[in-house]
Write a protein that binds this ligand. Structure first.
Ligand code: ADP
Ligand code: MG
Length: 258
């Protein structure tokens, strides 16, 4: 039984300052497929290109070269104005620094993507309440971010990420600013979204123990995928064996830096 490919990256190269003397190649030809329903983590030292890759997967930035299909949409061919629609409809972002709108209540923060989508007021409010309840933040929905702890802000941010029922959730070091107990709570929410809401999740993390909880661990080093380790449901992703990823024998496992 093969699963549907939701992210397909082919020979992704990212350069900055293209054509200038200081041109810099950051991603050197990434091949990666992520399948519907997968919970995948990306690990690697600081500066290895994780966020650059996430920005490309999240259609926040375009690669210099390569092909990218997201949920059957050719992202490379998309015009800039289409990209924002793709982002809003298909991707839920969670960042280390929460990126909530200050002086705006939790519920309004969660409603925001639905507002952009053109959803009616009542439906918006109902869904935002439902999502905030799901992350255990309904009682504090009228609080503004500065009245919330880091963990609470991150739970609101996760509810916001779910606002438009995205195909995938992309989280860039979502527990990076949290203590381990709070990080645990956030991680538990991701597990629930993956298992109960069947969300595909790509989690960038510095925490090896958290990566170990995900189905597949992808290690980036210096802009290359140097290791892919499947933790569970291996045959579920039968067709996904990434090509050109170098050794996949586990030699890098356990050597995540920082
Ligand atoms: N907009 C940019 N312009 C120039 N260099 C960048 C830009 N974004 C990232 N880089 C460089 O790319 C490398 C990888 O960065 P990043 O993807 O943020 O790594 P990570 O998230 O793994 O820490 C770093 O050397 C960083 O300085
Ligand atoms: Mg980063």
């Amino acid at each position: 039984m093969s699963k549907r490919e939701i992210i397909h990256l082919e020979n992704i190269i990212k350069r900055f300052y293209v054509g200038q003397p200081n041109e810099l190649e950051i991603l050197h030809g990434i091949n990666l497929s992520v399948y519907d329903g997968e919970f995948t983590s990306v690990v690697g030292a600081s500066g290895s290109g994780k966020s650059t890759l996430m920005n490309i997967i999240g259609a926040l930035d375009k690669p210099t070269e390569g092909q990218y299909t997201l949920d059957d949409v050719d992202v490379i061919a998309a015009k800039d104005e289409e990209l924002s629609t793709i982002r809003n409809r298909k991707i839920g972002f969670v960042f280390q620094t929460y990126n909530l709108i200050s002086r705006t209540t939790a519920i309004k923060n969660v409603e925001m993507p639905m507002l952009y989508k053109g959803m009616g007021r009542r439906e918006r409010k109902e869904r935002a309440e439902y999502l905030l309840e799901m992350v255990g933040m309904k009682e504090r929905m009228t609080h503004t971010p500065d009245e919330l702890s880091g963990g609470q802000k991150q739970r609101v941010a996760i509810a916001r990420a779910m606002a438009c029922d995205p195909a995938i959730i992309l989280a860039d070091e979502p527990t990076g600013a949290l203590d381990s107990k709070t990080g645990r709570t956030v991680m538990d929410i991701f597990h629930r979204l993956n298992e109960e809401s069947k969300k595909t999740i790509v989690l960038i993390t510095h925490a090896p123990d958290l990566a170990e909880e995900t189905g597949r661990i992808i290690t980036l080093s210096d802009g290359n995928i140097v290791n892919v380790r499947v933790k569970y449901d291996a045959d579920q992703y039968e067709e996904s064996e990434p090509e050109n990823t170098g050794e996949t024998t586990g030699e890098n496992s356990g050597t995540e830096e920082e």
